[in-house]
Design a protein. Structure first.
Length: 223
């Protein structure tokens, strides 16, 4: 019995040594297979190209529809047989005076007349001449001198007195017609027109339409 008690510590110590000498192995963890991560491929980034905005072509306004223009009435200045058509009033150019006047066409007067002022008869080379001014809207023009073609006796309607008036001959132009005609010089300052054209001028060369005025174009002054 004593021997068992002596052996018991030895056995116990041996078992302890065995326990310490025997390595403890823990159970190995199962090897987890490595999963390779997929390689991310970055998309190719193209460099940004600056794009200019498209410029729309300038829109031209639509053409406006052409307005219908009425044809201008044709100005009839002559008769089919070539005679001049005169209205009750016309422009008259007097080359000797180099002036253009408004004239009244008087179908009741035989001779044409000019509104003259400061009428002074005189002689030159044994012939009768006359010096005068033309009345233009109450103002006297420059002085003119022309030979006297004849003397006309004019009886005043308000009296029995007879006036002796000089008659001169000069060229005048109406439209494209240039004719020589007689003019009686008379003070016509109270009259609206400085010139009056009578039948001696337009007989056989013109017809008068009193319903019209200034049928003929205004003649130009001589340069």
């Amino acid at each position: 019995m004593k021997n068992w008690k002596l052996l018991l510590p030895v056995i116990m110590s041996g078992s302890l040594i065995a326990c310490t000498s025997t390595p403890t192995t823990e159970p190995a963890e199962p090897e987890v297979p490595k999963v390779e991560e997929p390689i991310k491929v970055e998309p190719e980034v193209k460099p940004e190209v600056e794009t200019k905005p498209e410029i729309e072509p300038e829109k031209k306004p639509a053409p406006k529809p052409e307005k219908e223009t009425k044809p201008k009435p044709v100005k009839v200045q002559k008769t089919p047989d070539g005679m001049l058509i005169l209205g009750s009033e016309e422009w008259v150019y007097v080359p000797a005076i180099n002036q253009t006047y408004k004239a009244r066409i008087d179908t009741g007067a035989t001779t044409s007349s000019i509104s003259a002022t400061n009428i002074v008869p005189f002689e030159r080379d044994g012939k009768d001449w006359v010096q005068f001014n033309v009345d233009i809207d109450g103002k006297a023009s420059k002085e003119f001198k022309l030979p006297v073609e004849r003397w006309a006796k004019v009886r005043q309607s308000s009296s029995e007195e007879v006036d002796k008036r000089p008659v001169v001959v000069t060229y005048i132009q109406v439209g494209d017609l240039k004719e020589q005609t007689e003019f009686t010089l008379a003070e016509r300052g109270h009259m609206k027109f400085p010139l009056l054209l009578g039948r001696s001028f337009f007989r056989d060369v013109a017809v008068v339409d009193v319903s019209k005025k200034y049928v003929q174009d205004k003649p130009s002054k001589a340069k």
